[in-house]
Design a protein around this ligand. Sequence first.
Ligand SMILES: [Zn+2]
Ligand SMILES: [Zn+2]
Length: 354
Amino acid sequence: MTDENFPTEMSAIIKKEKQPGLELTNWPVPRNLGPQEVLVNVKRASICGTDLHIYKWDQWSAAHMEPPLVVGHEMGGEIVAVGSDVHHLKIGDHVSVETHITCGHCMQCLTGNGHICENVKILGVHVDGTYASYVKIPALNAIPMPKNMPWEVLSIMEPFGNAVHTVFAEDISGKSVLITGAGPIGLMAIAVAKAIGAGPIITTDISEYRLDFAKKMGADLVLNPKETDVINEILTYTDGEGVEAVLEMSGAEPAIHQGFEVVQPGGHVALLGLPQNNVSLNLTDWVIFKAIRIYGITGRRMFETWFRARKLLQTNRVNLKPLITHSFKLSEFEKGFDLLMKGKAVKVTLIPED
Ligand SMILES: [Zn+2]
Ligand SMILES: [Zn+2]
């Protein structure tokens, strides 16, 4: 990499201090590319729920972050420099990013389970992230994407991977499924479930705004637990059978309970949503006597999930564009965070300006 070719400074959104808020600042363009790293010019970044936690500086952020640091982890961009040992990627390639930087040598990494690497570092949490014009990442984490795919879609591949990972916990083609929680990942999961032939697809959420999107993405039945008895409604809709699969995206205890109530004997529950507190489960009636399987889902399988996610988009089985409700210049990031915190947006993308 010839450093002279790049500006020395860029605008970036950083967590400056251990307190709520984020700030736009001038930050050095990453230098000293390692032999197995690439430098990416960020064309579009996207705001994730994690970034809202970091903005608010909640318990989780305080426990995991050491400011100052460039935040953000979702992005689509173009490779502008490659390390000396990188031969499978070249300048000009369009990439999305796997945000979990794995160690490559722990037992999980060595047994094909990099998504639960014991020494994982997360972009924008432990190392400088994507809310900037340039980001330095390991070449392994740069996922090549077709050049005809819009930057904004590349920027939401990471949460899409979460959705794909959850949907593919088991084969649900031709099966009834309940998706609890219609945030971005829940909405993406609806589209994936539909694409692979699951049905009927039932979705619950307490936001009418999100339930409208759930219908657009292909849900057959949407239910608001604030307004209706979802267990009764689901049992009626499925002729008393319940559903064969539950994909839990909300992390909300009532939704988790509803999922376990309506899952059929022999079915499965895949859990992605993170509850804030411990959740109680009736193991006897909900799990053991029904002989169901429970999956904890985190991250994306590296890299099986990415191959699937890319194909689903490349072959137009799934269209994520309707979920990108807003885009702002990087300098206007506050507008995006504000809309998301008010529940008035699904995915908000940010456009670096320099
Ligand atoms: Zn994310
Ligand atoms: Zn590892």
